[in-house]
Design a protein. Structure first.
Length: 278
């Protein structure tokens, strides 16, 4: 029934004509920023499954290009089903997997175009978030700060991005969620069939991987369990389709390695975005 509910949520998202974010991967860090004065509104359906439960959430991102290298974003959630004990994860490249409201700045500090449609570029991300719940997995939750850097290569056929980030949660009532260092690697390909320009549809496919190392929580001023990091590696496919100003992306991640110190083990992550660029 929950899988059916997820499909229904996807359908509702499509029907309501929401708009979107980015021409890159779905889960991993990326480098592209909006053009100066560019605006988009992105809506996503997200689900995260553990051994015992599944979460369902709608997320919305408003993004604006201040310059061609500076982009500001704000993302808000609509929780459909919240996990009582959620894994600590970023979720995807610009959306937390939990109920946080987050504002972020993307700054592309390096860009080198060469050849026809080829470029190297690097982007830094800084964000702050505030939770929509007071307690997460038995731990009082407070605001957090997140920073990341990614670098990548893009051509008309091949894409690759590598990056890493760190999220830190502030203390709340002698409780504190553990921090979250993570890294991502993405490789993408655009088939020759889709080399034409609009109005021809444009599809790209990616293999995405995430490695996350959540720290242990602190409760009543004491570290819970042992002071040791969890380890998690997830891999999966994603797809991006573009048609004029519209875009759709969807994909999944599955664990290939998990050594979880606290919280449940994950079984999958699903996400689908609908996009429109102005």
């Amino acid at each position: 029934m929950k899988i059916i509910a997820f499909i229904l949520l996807v359908s509702i998202t499509i029907i309501t004509e929401v708009n979107g974010q980015g021409h890159g991967p779905l889960y991993g860090l990326q480098t592209p920023t909006l053009a100066k004065g560019g605006f988009d509104f992105n809506a996503a359906v997200m689900s995260l499954g553990t051994e015992d439960d599944q979460s369902f959430m709608l997320r919305y991102i408003w993004s604006y290009g201040v310059t061609e290298d500076l982009q500001i974003n704000i993302t808000t959630p609509t929780m459909i089903n919240r996990l009582s004990e959620a894994p600590r994860t970023r979720g995807n490249n610009n959306m937390p997997a939990n109920g946080d409201i987050e504002a972020s700045i993307w700054y592309r500090f390096f860009s080198n175009a060469f050849g026809v449609g080829k470029r190297f570029e690097s982007t830094a991300i800084l964000s702050v978030s505030t939770p929509t719940e007071k307690n997460r997995g038995g731990i009082n939750v407070n605001n957090s700060i997140h920073g990341a850097i990614s670098t990548g290569y893009a051509s008309r056929t091949w894409y690759a991005w590598v990056g890493g980030g760190y999220q830190y949660y502030f203390e709340e009532g002698n409780d504190q969620l553990g921090d979250l260092p993570y890294a991502s690697l993405v490789v993408g390909y655009r088939p020759n069939l889709f080399m034409g320009d609009y109005p021809k549809p444009d599809w790209r496919m990616f293999i995405e991987s995430l490695a996350e190392f959540p720290g242990t929580n602190i409760s009543e001023g004491q570290i819970i369990s042992i002071d040791q990091r969890g380890k998690k590696v997830m891999i999966g496919p994603s797809f991006l389709g573009l048609y004029g100003a519209w875009g759709i992306s969807f994909g999944a991640l599955f664990p290939v390695y998990q050594d979880v110190i606290q919280g449940p083990k994950e079984e999958y992550r699903l996400s689908m975005n609908i996009s429109y660029w102005l």
